[in-house]
Design a protein around this ligand. Structure first.
Ligand code: MEV
Length: 476
């Protein structure tokens, strides 16, 4: 029985010994503590994991083995990205072609599991291809990091100290910043921030950086840690500050990058919004703008609206080997910068012109990190023409905007389920282990219908001539 089916939708869960499967697993779970796990070989880790956690260890081991790369060297590299690697975890890598951005056409790689995302991006890209495409502009690319510390002494003395030791702070990072400075980046400013209004004795050294084509997290953190050593030492020996205690709590970059901003925009005459589907373009523009406005004023809607934007953004960020958690953190913080969580996109309809734009913080790299290590990341970057970080920021922002355009267009016209479920139909059919012939027949059957899960299961069972399973065995 295939592994997917073993725990799949239509299977009655029980063990060989007649005990309910969950009892067997519960018995095993009583002894799940292990010391020195990270020191075990990969094989030993897999053996322990499958024997302790799974009902059928050999099947689990075979499944894990099947997810290893054929080339042992490539697999070893993947193994070494993280600790305790067992195998690889596949996500589909798709492409959305026909993205016209700043008058250049891109085929955008997207790594994502959600069925409708790539199709939606491609559809929007095609739509805007004929209407001038996307215009992306990097507004700024400054990143920031902090030495968070407490100081119990005289704040004036601390201010004087930080002003005096600026050369020493920079000198301490010389060897780390040399390459970056050669590439036109480095440290832009070092500023003392008095945050005692927020927390007792709390100060920061806020350091601003330009990191060129690298995302710069390691670079920033290394600089901060070297500077913190100088701060500690100088504060202890300076006559003005030595009377108080200075404790460095931590040194870390901020993933909130409100000075690392990209904007992407589409615009066209309202009359040109006609896509041949017969919708009234003025009605469409008005309703679309209203939908964006709702996400600007209503956090419940803003969360879903922005989630759809992140569908487009994360998929490209992931395919290009960037840190999607950092991007998520920055975008959501930016979305709530005035105290309320709001839409990341905006729309205007004025003087017969429709404009739709996104403005987001994006801290991305096209050198360093995974870019040289992960062969598929290298491929994705090559497909994009090996962009620098600024160009990639523009591409990613356009992808987020395209995604939001597709979602809002569907939501305000046909409803989201029509397109969404159409793409999801294949997932349902795969869950049911439909053959290619059955998939073709059922896809044709649902061509003009919304394929709700229960209807697909019923149609599938009727095609096979088997009874429809009881509702509790069926996943939605
Ligand atoms: C689903 O992943 C994303 C949407 O919900 C986004 C939206 O509602 O705007 C369709």
């Amino acid at each position: 029985m295939p592994w997917g089916q073993r725990y799949g939708a239509l299977v009655n869960l029980s063990s060989d010994k007649g005990l309910p499967l969950h009892s067997v697993i519960d018995m095993k779970r009583s002894n799940l503590q292990i010391r020195g796990f990270s020191k075990l070989t990969k094989e030993a880790k897999i053996t322990w994991l499958t024997e302790q956690h799974l009902s059928d260890p050999p099947a689990g081991q075979a499944l894990i083995a099947s997810y290893n790369h054929l080339d042992a060297g490539v697999q070893k590299r993947h193994d070494e990205f993280i600790e305790n690697t067992l195998a690889n975890y596949f996500l589909p890598l798709g492409v959305a072609p026909n993205f016209r951005i700043n008058d250049q056409v891109y085929t955008i790689p997207m790594a994502i599991e959600e069925s409708s995302v790539v199709a939606a991006a491609a559809k929007s890209a095609q739509f805007w291809m004929d209407r001038g495409g996307f215009t992306s502009t990097v507004v700024s690319s400054t990143k920031v990091g902090h030495i968070h510390f407490t100081f119990s002494g005289d704040a004036h003395a601390l201010t004087a100290l930080v002003a005096r030791i600026q050369p020493e702070l920079l000198a301490a990072t010389e060897s780390i910043t040399a390459n970056m400075r050669a590439r036109g980046g480095g440290i832009l400013s070092v500023q003392l921030k008095d945050r005692r209004e927020a927390m007792e004795e709390y100060f920061q050294l806020e350091v601003r950086f330009e990191t060129r084509d690298s995302m710069g997290a390691n670079f920033i953190n290394s600089c901060l840690e070297e500077m913190a050593k100088v701060l500690r030492l100088e504060a202890a020996t300076d006559a003005g500050t030595a009377t108080g205690d200075l404790e460095v709590v931590m040194c870390i970059l901020s993933n909130y990058t409100p000075e690392c901003i990209v904007r992407s925009e589409v615009r066209c005459a309202v009359n040109d919004l006609d896509d041949g589907s017969g919708v009234d373009v003025h009605e469409f523009a008005r309703k679309f703008q209203r939908a964006v406005r709702i996400a600007e004023v209503e956090p419940y809607r803003a969360a879903t609206h922005n989630k759809g934007i992140m569908n487009g953004i994360d998929a490209v960020v992931l395919a290009t080997g960037n840190d999607f958690r950092a991007v998520e953190a920055a975008c959501h913080t930016y979305a709530s910068r005035d105290g309320q969580y709001r839409s990341l996109t905006h729309c205007s309809v004025e003087n017969g012109e429709f404009r739709f734009w996104i403005e987001i913080p994006l801290s991305l790299g096209t050198v360093g990190g995974l870019t040289k290590l992960h062969p598929m990341v290298q491929l994705a970057l090559e497909v994009l023409g090996n962009p620098g970080a600024h160009e990639l920021m523009g591409i990613v922002a356009a992808s987020g905007l395209a995604q939001n355009f597709a979602a809002l267009r569907a939501l305000t016209t046909t409803g989201i389920q029509k397109g969404h479920m159409k793409m999801h139909l294949l997932n349902i059919l795969n869950q049911l282990d439909a053959t290619d012939a059955e998939k073709a027949e059922l896809t044709a059957f649902f061509a003009d219908k919304v394929p709700h899960h229960a209807d697909v299961v019923a149609a599938f069972c009727s095609l096979r001539g088997i009874p429809v399973p009881s509702a509790e065995g069926v996943h939605s």
